[in-house]
Design a protein around this ligand. Structure first.
Ligand SMILES: [Mg+2]
Ligand SMILES: [Zn+2]
Length: 178
């Protein structure tokens, strides 16, 4: 049973958080989990907490990949990790002004609605400032797990930073995400 301080859902960024980033990847065979990521997601599920993915995929808007290719890659992610309870994908580009592209809150709100949970009891785990921004814009908590692409000012601005996904999940499940 989840404790009262535990989140009602944990949402993960996909690229550079769950899987090694292959820019605009349309090939399921190139899906490789980040170190420790499969175990970290399993720990969330073992705590009885639903999991989801919130992923910007502007390659669709840019005409570099199709929605079908993204869906095929995401299906492979579900095979590698076990099926996530909800997937939210933004197919738009930065100029489209959509409500879903992180740091906009749309995908976090949609995921919470799909799971039937309160956005304020959701934790988003991701590797860049847009992940943290989307969480906070939705009223959710966030844990930043920096990678070499994460900018120093994004790390400085994040209220909660973890060195790896396992630590991020421990913080999230303990109710310590900001
Ligand atoms: Mg990322
Ligand atoms: Zn969008």
């Amino acid at each position: 049973m989840p404790t009262s301080s535990a989140p009602q859902a944990v949402l993960f960024d996909r690229d550079s958080t769950l899987v090694v980033d292959v820019p605009y990847n349309g090939d399921p065979d190139l899906v490789r989990p980040m170190p420790g990521a499969v175990e970290a997601v399993a720990a969330v599920r073992a705590a009885g907490v639903p999991t989801g993915v919130v992923s910007n995929q502007s390659g669709i808007a840019r005409g570099l990949i199709t929605r079908e290719q993204v869906d095929a890659v995401n299906a492979r992610v579900d095979e590698v990790f076990g099926a996530f309870d909800t997937w939210q994908v933004c197919p738009h580009g930065p100029e489209d002004g959509c409500a879903c592209r992180k740091p906009a809150p749309g995908m976090v709100l949609q995921a919470a609605a799909a799971l039937g949970v309160d956005p304020a009891r959701v934790v988003v785990i991701g590797d860049i400032g847009a992940d943290v921004g989307a969480a906070h814009a939705a009223g959710a908590a966030a844990v930043l797990v920096p990678t070499p692409i994460t900018r120093a000012e994004e790390v400085a601005a994040a209220s909660v930073v973890a060195p790896d996904l396992a630590t991020a999940v421990r913080i999230a499940l303990a109710g310590g995400a900001g």
